[in-house]
Design a protein around this ligand. Structure first.
Ligand code: SF4
Length: 152
């Protein structure tokens, strides 16, 4: 099936309504569905993808990719170290297995960033991490999906 962008925006809207009203088990967080609608509309997205930072794809040749949509590997898996991490806030695609957790884990990454900034004595940067309004959106997404997360 091929949908144009506006049809997809409407379908995401229907999925959000289904999640809210029908009890049908939609696991995608509503905030993530909002983000995909922003993606389709060409609007600025709020949550950079964690592919290459916290999520990876390993193929049969043991090449490690940031995700299975990426064109080139980061390295062979045995060559991996922290210097290979990619954290560029990519928003190129709509693969939900990377984009959904990027919303759900945002608050945890923020807490980790705040902790690391405090360790370096960078109080202003830590405060920015802590008071980032996206933390609340992320917490809401975790809370809404607690039933599914608890089952993992
Ligand atoms: S947004 Fe898509 S292409 Fe970019 S890192 Fe995430 S999964 Fe890969």
């Amino acid at each position: 099936m091929n949908f144009n962008k506006e049809e997809l925006v409407q379908l995401f809207e229907k999925i959000k309504q289904m999640k809210k009203n029908s009890g049908f088990p939609v696991v995608n967080p509503t905030e993530s569905l909002d983000e995909m609608q922003r993606h389709l509309r060409g609007e600025k997205e709020k949550f950079g993808c964690l592919g290459g930072h916290k999520y990876f794809y390993l193929d049969w040749n043991l090449d490690l990719f940031r995700c299975h949509a990426w064109h080139e590997p980061m390295c062979k898996v045995w060559d991996w170290d922290d210097s290979k991490l990619i954290r560029d806030g990519c928003t190129k695609c709509m693969i939900d297995c990377y984009r959904d957790p990027s919303v759900l884990q945002f608050v945890a990454i923020s807490a980790s960033d705040a902790f690391n900034n405090l360790k370096k004595g960078n109080v202003a940067a830590a405060a920015k991490n802590i008071f980032d309004s996206r933390n609340l959106t992320s917490i809401k997404a975790v809370w809404d999906d607690r039933k599914w997360i608890g089952g993992v």
